[in-house]
Ligand binder design. Structure first.
Ligand SMILES: [Zn+2]
Length: 588
């Protein structure tokens, strides 16, 4: 801290009454905290200088309580809540008018919320907060959050209610928006108290404040609803958990195991349902769930299992789904791409492409032509390799019973390629089979292949990570990541043959099957998918579930045996493909 000379003079003369005091005169060497607190506890005299010092208050703790301020900073560094409160209480009970800056009250409350404190931390925090309000310092979100955290952790049952009241009124009282961290300790307190109704009320308040629960909060809600035997709520929170996380922590897994082994879980569900409706719902939702409620009744079997590389569950034998974004999101996504493209591309050109695509919906795969033709071509004789592109087209046709993919290539490339007879021959074959779309001069072909792949809901062959500017326009939405995981096909070449790296055959996320079973991945720190433990949860009376692979969002997931059964091979190929540098962009 840098103290101005006028303040130092005022401090020495007006407040301490000791102009030459070595303590107050020391600027670069803070006094030992214990001495400071003693000094503040027994100020030598109350003077009439209050008016003078008060003027200088409110400037980040440069007031007369700067020794206390240093004590607080020091205690914060050491995590010593007891010493900080001792200094505060001593100063507050002294004859002087103690006023701290808002951040100092926050420091104290934060210490009480995070550091061990002998005695009664909630009482201490209430005291600090009351003093803060009395001193006219404005609370911030951090103030209320720390206070709520201390109060909620209090052993007495009213602590949770008081904490909830603090958080739920902070907007009305102080104009402060609660955050997830404000609600979290309140939910945790109602979880400990086993008060489901109040936990639901906290969740409702969170929703009204547009705060989304994350795993700890959903786990808390799951546990209270499970303990209350509220099967509908557990079902609701299972789906909230599915949306909030990929895989779950060990702690959450235990909460789930607890529920599925309960009598209430065995009783929950319906004996009959419309299987077609369930299937349709699964397709519409992207393949990982139906959300139509608990299916079947009777006790559950909960196992900890591994999943094979092709997605076959080691417990029940069913095939896990590769989960896509749902249909609604897919449509919205396509619309946002076309909206952005129409703003940036020549409108007539892109509209023409959209109309053309409307007439040609049969493609299984879209090919980012420039990305493939330029792959590893940055050596001296390297160039635009139509041979590489042809190898990918051939491999795709082999895979899809001779069906042609759609190659998107920029106009200027085509013009150049047509100068060579062998290239011209190939291009003419592609054209004759509807396998080529030429993006016009002045366009950015990225918009074209991306729109086609999303609009037709099919695979996209590119090594492009899709992280540059046009993808930034889409925002960092998790569903773009999910879409990419499910649709992007990477490639390498082995002795001139294209090796395609298809999306993984199943998704490591919570899945609800059409027979009502659940699969929950538990976090795997090694990063090795094969080592991951899953919870396989199904009704005991079902010995084996159907083995047929599910369909996600209309995209069939029957991969050829080679990549479906060879996870290791895929991983290796992905590594080989990794060092590829970004492709050169085709514009103009
Ligand atoms: Zn299973």
């Amino acid at each position: 801290m840098a103290y101005g000379p006028s303040w130092a003079t005022s401090f020495r003369e007006g407040y301490m009454g000791q102009p030459s005091s070595p303590v107050s005169g020391t600027r670069s060497k803070p006094s030992p905290p214990i001495r400071v607190s003693l000094r503040l506890a027994t100020p030598p005299m109350a003077t009439a200088a209050d008016g003078g010092t008060r003027r200088r208050r409110g400037r980040g703790g440069k007031g007369p309580n700067s020794d206390l301020s240093r004590t607080l900073t020091d205690c914060t560094r050491r995590g010593d809540a007891a010493a900080a409160m001792a200094a505060f209480d001593a100063a507050a009970s002294g004859p002087d008018d103690l006023r701290l800056a808002a951040h100092q009250y926050n420091q104290l409350l934060h210490l009480l919320a995070t550091a061990p404190f002998p005695g009664h931390p909630a009482a201490a925090a209430r005291r600090v907060f009351a003093h803060m309000l009395g001193a006219g310092a404005a609370p911030s979100e951090a103030t209320i959050t720390s206070l709520a955290r201390v109060v909620a952790a209090d052993a007495d049952a009213e602590g949770a209610d008081e904490a909830f009241a603090l958080v739920s009124t902070m907007r009305d009282k102080y104009g402060l928006a609660p955050r997830l961290r404000s609600y979290s300790p309140v939910l945790a307190a109602f979880r400990r108290a086993g008060d489901a109704g109040k936990a639901y009320a906290v969740e409702a308040h969170m929703a009204a404040s547009a705060v989304s629960p994350e795993e700890p909060e959903v786990a808390a809600l799951l546990e209270v609803s499970a303990k209350a035997g509220d099967a509908d709520k557990v079902y609701e929170y299972m789906h909230k958990l599915r949306r909030a996380v990929g895989c779950v922590t060990e702690e959450t897994a235990e909460v789930l195991e607890g529920w599925f082994r309960s009598e209430e879980a065995a009783a929950a569900g319906k004996a009959e349902w419309d299987a077609c409706r369930v299937k349709e719902a699964i397709v519409a939702k992207g393949g990982g769930c139906h959300q139509l409620g608990w299916l079947r009744t009777g006790p559950w079997t909960v196992q900890r299992v591994r999943v094979a590389a092709d997605g076959e569950c080691g417990g029940c034998g069913c095939r896990l789904a590769s989960v896509d974004i749902d249909m609604e999101d897919t449509h919205k996504f396509a619309d946002s791409i076309s909206g952005l493209a129409l703003e940036r591309e020549t409108k007539a050109n892109f509209s023409h492409f959209q109309e053309w695509l409307e007439e040609h919906k049969e493609y299984e795969a879209i090919v980012d032509g420039a990305n493939i033709a330029l792959y590893q071509q940055n050596f001296s004789e390297g160039g635009f390799s139509l041979v590489q592109l042809d190898a990918v087209v051939t491999e795709l046709r082999d895979r899809y019973n001779g069906k042609w993919p759609l190659v998107v290539l920029h106009n200027k490339r085509i013009a150049k390629l047509m100068e060579t007879p062998s290239n011209r021959h190939l291009i003419e074959i592609w054209r004759a089979n509807g396998a080529l779309y030429t993006s016009p001069s002045g366009s950015n072909d990225d918009w074209y292949w991306l729109y086609a792949a999303i609009g037709l809901n099919c695979l996209l062959v590119t090594n492009d990570e899709m992280r540059d500017h046009i993808f930034e326009l889409l925002g960092s939405s998790s569903f773009f990541y999910k879409w990419k995981q499910r649709h992007r096909v990477k490639y390498t070449f082995n002795k001139g043959k294209a090796v395609l790296v298809l999306p993984p055959p199943y998704s490591s996320e919570i899945q609800e099957s059409e027979t009502g079973s659940w699969h929950v991945p538990i976090e795997e720190k090694s990063g090795d998918e094969r080592a991951r433990t899953w919870l396989c949860i199904g009704r005991t009376d079902l010995t084996k579930l159907p083995r047929e692979p599910l369909v996600a969002n209309g995209v069939a997931q029957d991969l050829s045996p080679s990549e479906a059964s060879n996870g290791a091979g895929q991983r290796q190929s992905a590594e080989q493909a990794a060092p590829v540098t970004g492709k050169r962009k085709d514009r103009d």
